[in-house]
Design a protein around this ligand. Structure first.
Ligand SMILES: [Zn+2]
Length: 126
């Protein structure tokens, strides 16, 4: 009886082991894995590895390309340097009207007309 029981147990263990050993790949559900601890068959493992390598390469490439997208150092405008002025004419709308008329007269955008007036002012002051 003891031997039979032991033998049965051994058979059971063997079958269990065989089932685990023939674990099916989780990815393709077709091929067997190399060992019970591996979730994917060698082919899918290779694919996964290749995909990971590709992703890694793409990431490296993109991080390498980034500095090239930026303009050269001498063309860069320092981020904290304020070079734009928002002018509020709400207290002197008459001035805005006059500058606008002048801009129309000289076929200039309003911003450039204001810039031109400022330049002309300093040219005459000089
Ligand atoms: Zn597979």
């Amino acid at each position: 009886m003891k031997e039979q029981a032991a033998g049965g147990k051994v058979v059971d263990e063997k079958r269990e082991h065989a089932e685990i050993a023939s674990r099916i790949c989780e990815l393709c559900q077709e091929r067997k894995t190399l060992s019970p601890h591996v979730r994917f068959c060698p082919r899918c493992l290779g694919k996964k590895g290749a995909r990971a390598r590709m992703a890694n390469l793409a990431h490296q490439a993109s991080s390498r390309e980034k500095p090239e997208e930026d303009p050269p150092a001498h063309e860069k405008t320092p981020k904290n340097r304020n070079v734009k002025v928002l002018v509020d004419f709400s207290r002197r709308e008459d001035l805005l009207k006059r500058v606008t008329e002048l801009a129309d007269d000289e076929f200039r955008p309003l911003e450039l007309q204001i810039l031109s007036l400022v330049k002309r002012h300093f040219d005459t002051v000089k």
